[in-house]
Design a protein around this ligand. Structure first.
Ligand code: URA
Length: 239
């Protein structure tokens, strides 16, 4: 893409998510972050570490041979809010950390606009390895990789999951409905029979938003995030 266009978008992004649309309320805590970690946090972190170890050893798909680094996930082990994307891209593959490229910068602006920091939430993907050339995840890869994500979500037990884009939303909700129909309302993500479900909000993927950076799309994403904020008690008004 034209570097001037990218620079312009970055400025707009900054204004959009930290300007008029930014939250002007008191910051509330949505993740436990005590000075010394509590037992729940230590347990969840230990489980997440064990899952990350399994992901690093995983060779179930061909893409494990072409990845530079697996990207298990990153963030607060007791986060009330988890973002799930599609799959690592080139930057994530290089660093082994999710959402660190351009889409990641936009995601971080979105998180900040909600009054949160990246460290308050957990961020991960449906696939833990980069599909070559950033092609779409294949059904067999999703099938192989989903057990890791399910275990991560069970360990964290967030109140809310934001599914970023069609692949995450359709996979987590086990539906073929288009993202345009799914977004904007809460669905349920069922952990198991014993545990109450999490609320799941599908929204557009930040990479899609960057490619289609219209005021309407930005408003749609911001509306979705504001609904999440209300649920988490981050917004003063019930809409
Ligand atoms: N896009 C994703 O879906 N995930 C990442 O980690 C980066 C870009």
């Amino acid at each position: 893409m034209d570097p001037k266009k990218i620079a312009g978008q970055l400025v707009e992004m900054e204004q959009f998510f930290t300007g008029d649309f930014a939250l002007k309320t008191k910051k509330k805590t949505v993740a436990s972050s005590p000075a010394s970690p509590g037992a729940a946090e230590t347990d969840a972190q230990a489980t997440l570490n064990a899952i990350a170890k399994q992901v690093r050893a995983c060779r179930k798909c061909e893409i494990s041979a072409t990845r530079l680094n697996p990207v298990p996930g990153d963030g607060n082990p007791t986060a009330k809010l988890v973002f799930v994307g599609e799959a690592p891209g080139a930057d994530e593959d290089q660093q082994g950390i999710p959402f660190v490229g351009r889409a990641g910068q936009l995601l971080e602006k979105m998180i900040n606009a909600m009054g949160l920091q990246r460290r308050d939430v957990f961020i991960c993907n449906i696939l833990k390895c980069r599909p070559p050339g950033n092609r779409d995840p294949r059904p067999d890869e999703i099938y192989n990789c989903m057990p890791y994500l399910k275990k991560q979500l069970e360990a964290i037990r967030p109140e809310i999951i934001v599914a970023l884009g069609a692949h995450a939303a359709k996979t987590l909700l086990d539906t073929d409905k288009p993202i345009g129909q799914l977004r904007g309302q809460f669905h349920e993500y069922v952990f198991s029979d014993e545990v109450p479900p999490a609320k799941l909000m599908p929204t557009y993927h930040p990479a899609y938003l960057l490619r289609n950076y219209t005021p309407d799309n930005r408003k749609r994403v911001w509306d979705d995030l504001q609904k999440v904020m209300v649920e988490l008690g981050l917004s003063q008004e019930k809409r």
